[in-house]
Design a protein around this ligand. Structure first.
Ligand code: AHG
Ligand code: MN
Ligand code: MN
Length: 341
């Protein structure tokens, strides 16, 4: 019998179903939630891929809670996420970079509303009009409230309690990368089938520092330890850094994804004067920190592991240094030494 030529493939759907089998007590609510994230990002991706043809380029009228000018695609992506999750029985509430406060979804029945979802609906939106890759980042926590309603406290949970985290990068291909704590897995969208197909099973960050990724125009605003670390990677001549290249896209998801696959370090330290970082803990740093740790890397503020931070505010910003464990540990050591002086 001649081969028909169909090469079997594993989709996000079937992979999630297989993972569910590892938890016999599971009734599939979590699997359905993850599938919904897949659907939402396929819708967003379809708008991003045609952004120049739809009236979604440029700025929207609003300024978001971050004090940033919203891009039209920020608003659209946010609406897609909210609409896609609205009637998911297992989700009791949402938190978004684009919304001032948490959103309580319509009251769930007894025993439903087990999860809350936090997201950056469109990351890197300043790059949209120039057709540079952007992404969506998501984080899923158990809802601690048990009355089917959620409260701010359900969102202010440390990253080490996430039940799942991941992102989608809308780049030369659209890739969905996530972890539920059993490794990191990547799925490439097959536009002909409309499914995310497993393309990168069990991603491990290579122990090479191929890329150094930072917005160097902030160098003078960094603390002494951050500057020493950057100088060491770029100018020490150490064997490990002989082939390190500087790469900075300006979309966190794209810089992160490249470093996850190639090896490298991304740093966005605090502004030494204000003591504040730029990136948001709950829906940027925490989810990516879970992914990188599951892939064998690390993520820190310098003094603290990202996943151990107990959030105080919904839109809290943190310094973020994330990538190879070797570089993160070296950064922590240099920052500690510099602050001891
Ligand atoms: P967002 O578009 O969701 O606001 O995120 C933008 C972030 C992040 O994607 C990126 O790493 C960082 O802003 C770039 O900041 P600079 O332009 O200051 O380098
Ligand atoms: Mn972002
Ligand atoms: Mn954003």
């Amino acid at each position: 019998m001649t081969e028909i030529g169909f090469k079997d493939f594993e989709t996000l759907e079937s992979f999630i179903a297989k993972e569910q089998h590892l938890h016999p007590q599971s009734r599939g609510a979590f699997s359905n939630l993850l599938r919904r994230v897949g659907l939402a990002t396929k819708i967003i991706g379809s708008k991003v891929q045609r952004a120049g043809l739809l009236n979604v380029l440029g700025s929207a009228d609003g300024i978001n809670v971050q004090g940033e000018q919203q891009a039209k695609l920020d608003v659209l992506a946010n609406e897609v996420m909210r609409a896609t999750f609205r009637w998911m029985p297992s989700i009791s509430g949402l938190a978004s970079e684009e919304d001032d406060d948490v959103v309580n979804l319509p009251t769930r029945l007894e025993g439903q509303g087990q999860y809350v979802v936090l997201f950056d609906p469109l990351d890197g939106s300043s790059n949209i009009d120039a057709n540079v890759s952007v992404g969506t980042i998501f984080s899923i926590h158990r809802c601690q409230s048990t009355d089917g309603r959620c409260r701010l406290s359900d969102f202010l949970q440390p990253g080490n309690r996430q039940v799942a985290a991941g992102y989608v990068v809308y780049g030369s291909s659209t890739m969905f990368v996530y972890t539920t704590g059993s490794g990191v897995h990547g799925f490439t969208l097959d536009p002909e089938v409309g499914e995310y197909v497993l393309s990168h099973e069990n991603i491990r960050v290579p122990d090479v520092c191929k890329c150094f990724s930072a917005n160097d125009t902030n160098y003078k605003k960094w603390d002494e330890g951050s500057r020493r670390f950057a100088d060491h990677v770029r100018y020490s001549g150490e064997e490990r850094y002989k082939k390190t290249s500087s790469r900075y896209v300006g979309s966190l998801v794209s810089d992160f994804h490249r470093n996850l696959l190639y090896g490298g370090i991304f740093m966005y330290p605090a502004d030494a004067k204000t003591g504040k970082g730029k990136l948001r803990l709950l829906y940027e740093a925490s989810p990516l920190a879970m992914v990188i740790e599951q892939a064998g890397g690390a993520a820190t503020t310098g003094p603290q592991r990202i996943l151990d931070i107990v959030p105080k505010e919904l839109h809290q910003r943190v310094p973020l240094i994330i990538g190879n464990k070797h570089e993160v540990e070296l950064y922590e050591k240099m920052v500690k030494e510099a602050s001891a002086k």
